[in-house]
Design a protein around this ligand. Structure first.
Ligand SMILES: [Zn+2]
Length: 380
């Protein structure tokens, strides 16, 4: 198999060949070689709570449900995800994870798409605003025992764990989890500067959806957004749907944090890739309008997003006034690096990549997703 496309980093034409699911060569072609396609590494979304009408927080999910969600994601441009489970009673959350992981492990298509797990809770801040749509009643302090129980289920899979570092015992739990290879992201937190520094010192590497998981009204002198922006080492997640973070702070975050330290995520829930209506995130029923805003009825806070991955790329480029090629790493190589995943396009590596067709305003119109050499979906 082969394709001729422009390298998204250089704009220069290349021919990539692959066989048996692996890249066999990428060679430059003469300038001026005609092609309308662009070649780029996979989009990786590290925070997906559900998709295409499927809520990952439900018990008794089936293999068909997971395939429906993954095929929906791949049709909308995203190749691989960390399947995300949110706050619940710890034993229930672990049981759900174990069950979903067994479904995933038994199916090659799911193994190719679900590359790890994001556990967002229950070690979060119960404070109003900071807790978001999470159930504060079942939140708890993290311990080494919790981390061992999590590792017993996930084994060597990539795991991202979102934690509020101000919780009792959190620094010790973060130190232990990080030493075992779990990636720690601070989030749904009102951590002090000292707490953030202490967490980073023992291995915290990320911050989950900056600008969300905090109250709508913040102290102008001192708040979690300033505290995170004031340090430079965390890899910061942001939801680019124009709703969770409005365009002005979105641009400020980009200018402050920089393209090498931002990853964009849909934080998608079941309504993404599905029509407007009522959906669930676990026990919570939410309303999703045609404007893609996900609301808990009667409340002002947002509860996840209905953003499609390709729309995330388009809106990011539009809001920032940047070429899509410039921001692509924030959907791909940056989150991959944070999680220790390899998306490099080189001989002998997996033939897992995107081919992008251009539309109007120099934005991607269609993303074709290939996993291990096979086309899995194309957006339209
Ligand atoms: Zn969240």
């Amino acid at each position: 198999m082969k394709v001729i496309a422009k390298d998204y980093r250089t704009g220069k034409p290349v021919e990539m060949t692959w066989a048996d699911g692996k890249i066999t060569g990428i060679v430059p072609l003469p300038e001026g070689t005609e092609t309308s396609l662009w070649l780029a590494p996979l989009l990786i979304d590290v925070q997906v709570n559900g998709y295409a009408g499927v809520d990952f927080q439900q018990d008794n999910l089936t293999e068909a449900d997971l395939l429906k969600a993954m095929r929906g994601l791949q049709q909308d441009g995203c190749g691989q995800i960390l399947l995300t489970l949110i706050t619940d009673e710890w034993p229930l959350l672990l049981a759900r994870l174990k069950y979903i992981r067994a479904l995933r492990n038994a199916n090659a298509e799911l193994r190719a798409g679900i590359v790890g797990w994001h556990i967002e809770g229950p070690f979060l801040s119960p404070e109003p605003g900071f807790k978001g749509a999470h159930n504060a009643v079942v939140m708890c302090d993290p311990t080494v025992k919790h981390i061992d129980e999590l590792l017993a289920v996930t084994e060597s899979d990539p795991v991202l764990l979102t934690v509020a570092s101000e919780r009792e015992g959190a620094i010790e739990a973060i130190r232990y989890a990080a030493s075992k290879g779990i990636r720690i992201s601070l989030g749904h937190t009102n951590a002090s500067v000292e707490s953030i520094s202490a967490a980073m010192k023992v291995g915290a590497v990320g911050f989950t959806h900056l600008g969300n998981g905090c109250p709508r009204t913040l102290d102008r002198h001192d708040n979690i957004v300033w505290r995170v922006l004031d340090q430079s080492a965390l890899t910061v997640g942001i939801i680019p749907d124009r709703i969770q973070v409005s365009p002005e702070p979105f641009r400020l975050f980009y200018r402050t944090v920089g393209v090498a330290q931002i990853y964009y995520t849909t934080d998608a829930m079941a309504a993404a890739g599905a029509p407007p209506g009522r959906y669930r995130i676990g026990a919570v029923e939410v309303e999703v309008g045609a404007d893609q805003v996900v609301r808990m009825p009667g409340q002002v806070n947002f509860a996840g997003s209905a953003l499609k991955p390709i729309e995330g790329v388009q809106r990011t480029a539009e809001m920032l006034g940047e070429a899509w090629q410039t921001v692509w790493p924030c959907f791909s190589t940056v989150p991959a690096r944070m999680m220790g995943l390899d998306v490099a396009l080189e001989p002998c590596k997996a033939a897992s990549f995107c081919l992008i067709e251009m539309g109007v305003a120099k934005l991607p119109k269609c993303i074709r997703v290939y996993l291990n050499g096979e086309e899995k979906g194309r957006s339209n």
